[in-house]
Design a protein around this ligand. Structure first.
Ligand SMILES: NC(=O)c1ccc[n+]([C@@H]2O[C@H](COP(=O)([O-])OP(=O)(O)OC[C@H]3O[C@@H](n4cnc5c(N)ncnc54)[C@H](O)[C@@H]3O)[C@@H](O)[C@H]2O)c1
Length: 313
C-alpha cells in the first residue's frame, strides 16, 4: 500500500512508520518537527516538512495514488493547549478537516486517526466503552473529539474512517527531554537524572498504560481492513494503574531505593482523575490483543532509556 503518515517523526508515528516500511508498504512521512525528531526518520524515507496548522497546507501535499492516510500529527501537551487553544484547534482539528476533505477530493478511501482517551473527559465509568458520552475537559480533548466529528461527516461523503482513542502510550522512543508530555517518560527522565520526581496531581489518579508496539498492532490491523464496523476504538491495556503503582514499578525497573523522593503537587482542573479502557470492541472487530504487560513494557523502555541517557552523556 501507499500510505501517508502525518506526525511520523513523533513517538507513536515513528514506530508506525518503521513497522509499515518493514511490512513492505510505501510511506510518505509528513511532519513539521515541532515535537518530532529528525533522527526518527528512517534513512531513505520519503519525508516532507509541512506544517499542518497552516490553512494552505493541502497545496503542498504530494500527488500520487495513495491508499490511506494515518493522521497522527498533533500538538498534544495539555499545558500548551491551555495556553494557546487557537493553535491547538488549528493544528489538531483544522488539519483533520482539511486533510479529510483532501482525501475525498483525491479519491483516497482510508483514513486512520490518532484520537485520545481525553475525549471522554472525567467519566467515572471504567472500563469506559466507546459508547460513553464524551465531555472533554481540556482544549486538547475538544480538538480530538472535534476531529472525530469532522471525520464522521467525511464518512458520510465516503471516507472510511477509523479513530483510535489511545490511552497512555509509553515505550522506547518517547521523548525524555520533553517534560510536558507523556507521564511515563516524564517520571523516567527525572529518575534517570537522580532528582526528585514532581507529580502534578494525586498519586491515586489512575491511567491505562499501553505499550507503543501494541498500539501499532491496532493501527496495522485496521489498515488491513477496507473499513471497520465502528468509527472509534479504544486502544488501551484494559487495566487501570494508579500513579503511585506506576512510580513503584519504575523505581523497581530502575533498581532505585523504595523511598526515592517524590513530591505531590496540586493538580490541574483539566486533568482526568482516572479511566481505563473497555477494549472489547477493538478485540472483537480488529482481532487485536495487547501483548505487553506493564512490567515487561517498562523494562523494555528502561533498557532503551538507559542507553539513550548514557549516549547523551
Ligand atoms: N502518546 C500518547 O499517550 C497519546 C495518547 C492518545 C493520543 N495520542 C495522539 O497520538 C498522536 C501522536 O502522539 P505522540 O505521543 O507520538 O506525540 P509526538 O509529539 O511525539 O508526535 C506528534 C508529531 O506530530 C508532529 N506535528 C505536530 N504538529 C504538527 C503540525 N502542525 N504539522 C506537522 N506535524 C506536526 C510533531 O512534530 C511530532 O512529530 C498525537 O495526535 C496525539 O495527540 C497520543
Amino acid at each position: 500500500m501507499k500510505i501517508i503518515v502525518t506526525g511520523g517523526a513523533g513517538f507513536i508515528g515513528s514506530h508506525l512508520v518503521k513497522r509499515l516500511l518493514n511490512l513492505g508498504h510505501e510511506v510518505v512521512l509528513i511532519d513539521n518537527f515541532s515535537s518530532g525528531n529528525r533522527d526518527n526518520v528512517p534513512p531513505g524515507t520519503n519525508c516532507m516538512e509541512i506544517d499542518l496548522s497552516e490553512t494552505d497546507f493541502i497545496t503542498k501535499l504530494p500527488n500520487g495514488n495513495y491508499d490511506a492516510v494515518c493522521h497522527l500529527a498533533a500538538q498534544s501537551a495539555g499545558a500548551l493547549s491551555a495556553a494557546n487553544p487557537l493553535y491547538d484547534l488549528q493544528t489538531n482539528a483544522m488539519s483533520t478537516l482539511l486533510l479529510s476533505r483532501w482525501c475525498i477530493d483525491q479519491g483516497i478511501s482510508r483514513f486512520l486517526y490518532a484520537s485520545s482517551m481525553v475525549a471522554y473527559g472525567n467519566s467515572d465509568k471504567s472500563p469506559v466503552s466507546e459508547d460513553e458520552l464524551c465531555v472533554p475537559r481540556s482544549y486538547y480533548g475538544v480538538s480530538k473529539l472535534t476531529s472525530e466529528h469532522l471525520l464522521r461527516l467525511a464518512g458520510v461523503d465516503g471516507l472510511n474512517v477509523t479513530c483510535f482513542r489511545m490511552f497512555s502510550v509509553y515505550g522506547p522512543g518517547q521523548d525524555l527531554g520533553n517534560v510536558k508530555q507523556g507521564m511515563v517518560s516524564i517520571f523516567l527522565s527525572y529518575m534517570l537524572r537522580g532528582v526528585e520526581v514532581p507529580v502534578t496531581g494525586s498519586l491515586e489518579r489512575f491511567r491505562d498504560f499501553v505499550y507503543v508496539e501494541d498500539v501499532v498492532d491496532a493501527w496495522v490491523s485496521a489498515l488491513d481492513m477496507p473499513h471497520t464496523p465502528k468509527q472509534s476504538y479504544n486502544v488501551g491495556s484494559g487495566h487501570g494503574t494508579s500513579v503511585r503503582d506506576l512510580l513503584s514499578s519504575l523505581i523497581s525497573a530502575l533498581n532505585l531505593s523504595s523511598d526515592y523522593p517524590i513530591r505531590e503537587l496540586e493538580g490541574n482542573l483539566s486533568d482526568q482523575f482516572g479511566l481505563y479502557a473497555d477494549i472489547s470492541n477493538t478485540v472483537h472487530d480488529l482481532g487485536w490483543q495487547p501483548q505487553t504487560s506493564l512490567d515487561d513494557g517498562l523494562r523494555l523502555m528502561v533498557d532503551w532509556a538507559r542507553t539513550e541517557y548514557n549516549d547523551q552523556g
